[in-house]
Ligand binder design. Structure first.
Ligand code: PHB
Length: 393
């Protein structure tokens, strides 16, 4: 049989075309690396919180062998400095320049609101591993926006219930003047006043100020039955020390959302001993799940974990659950939402579910600080769900 040169050339072209097709199909089946954008504070009053979140996130990714839904995880990092005025530029570095598949951030409520706005506009998947801004899972809620932490309303509301039940009547509140402070106090006031208490004075200072002296003098003059506060990170260390040094701790009991003492006990020393706080985590849960998490964390990072580490770990758990439902496609937000709304997350904090608005429905523990631990002493509020005001999901 004779084959013409023309036929041979045609066959060769066919083979080449088939090889190219096969290669492009293989590329479509093995998506590239999963680009994870960490937008967290690595400087300023919340620096330690950002590091703990990243540590926790990486711990779970390591447990998964470095891959989520078959895609190797690649990290991109931005220090947001807890500065809302830089937040839109910062988040655009991750969305536009680095073209990340998912955003993880942030700690500060004002920064997280700017991230949520950009995530909503671009359709990028966002998991908030701390910031409690009520709007993120309220008026700004969306199929592609999730939270692994809490809403500001939640720990405030839980503490208000406890203090009203204790029979406390007159309270002064003190916090930073920004979304997290305002909303924590609002949540507190809602349950405390429902339970028969009165907030007689609301004191504020700008974030991240630590000039507490004048305000402590006002508290002494008002002589309330107790004080409720939201402070966190480095600012909370100074507040607890100043409150004690001013001699107020003995005469006017100080209560707070648990960020006041979480991750801070080493630095606060005796000034924190005995303080009651409410939070969705504690140091002495003593469950198999939490003990294993804590041991692994301590071995890896030579640090004790705190609520921030847990929230970072659970952000990675939520990401894996969501992406396993879409074979690694981070753009399918309706499917990710459906998957996350129907699971129970096996968290070191205890099991929790995700509300319709994408915020954790979880137990808030009553904790007491002592011997460098935030010890669980009871349940402040069980399976507490944020009211998600303004969310139309
Ligand atoms: C917040 O800004 O939402 C925030 C910051 C630090 C915390 C908790 C909430 O520990």
């Amino acid at each position: 049989m004779t084959i013409s040169l023309n036929t041979l050339a045609a066959r060769g072209a066919q083979v080449l075309a088939l090889t190219a097709l096969a290669a492009s199909m293989a590329a479509a089946q093995t998506p590239g690396k999963l680009k994870v954008g960490l937008m967290l504070p690595y400087t300023g009053t919340f620096a330690a919180l950002g590091t703990a979140i990243e540590n926790g996130f990486r711990q779970h990714v390591t447990e998964l062998g470095g891959k989520i839904a078959g895609r190797e995880v690649e990290y991109f990092k931005v220090d947001d400095e807890s500065d809302p005025s830089k937040a839109t530029d910062n988040v655009n570095k991750l969305i536009k320049r680095d073209q990340v598949d998912v955003l993880i951030g942030s700690v500060h409520s004002g920064v997280a609101m700017a991230m949520a706005k950009s995530a909503k506009e671009s359709g990028t998947l966002l998991i908030v591993p701390n910031a409690g801004a009520d709007a993120v899972t309220g008026a700004m809620c969306a199929n592609n926006i999730f939270r692994s932490s809490f809403s500001n309303w939640q720990p405030g509301y839980a503490m208000g219930e406890v203090m009203a039940k204790k029979g406390i009547k007159k309270v002064v509140t003190i916090t930073w003047k920004y979304a997290a402070g305002d909303e924590s106090v609002r949540g507190f006031k809602e349950s405390f006043e429902k339970g028969g208490g009165t907030v007689v004075k609301e004191l504020n200072l700008p974030f991240p100020g630590v000039e507490f002296q004048g305000l402590l003098t006002e508290i002494a003059a008002a002589k309330p039955d107790a004080v409720f506060t939201f402070f966190a990170g480095g600012g909370a260390v100074k507040f607890v020390k100043d409150y004690s040094a001013a001699g107020l701790k003995k005469s006017i009991p100080l209560y707070g959302s648990g960020f006041l003492t979480d991750g801070n006990l080493e630095a606060q020393g005796e000034a924190a001993d005995g303080l009651f706080t409410a939070l969705h985590y504690a140091d002495s849960l003593d469950t198999k799940r939490d003990n294993a998490f804590r041991l692994n964390y301590a071995k890896t990072y030579r640090l004790q974990p705190d609520v921030y580490a847990v929230q970072g770990y659970d952000a990675a758990q939520m990401l894996a659950i969501g992406l396993n439902a879409t074979k690694g496609d981070a753009s399918k937000s309706a499917e990710i939402s459906a998957a996350l709304r129907k699971v129970t997350i096996d968290s070191p904090r205890g099991p929790f579910t995700i509300s319709k608005a994408h915020n954790p429905v979880q137990d808030f523990y009553l904790r007491q600080a002592g011997a460098k631990e935030n010890k669980k002493v009871g349940i402040a509020s069980a399976k507490l769900e944020d009211p998600a005001r303004g969310c139309k999901l």
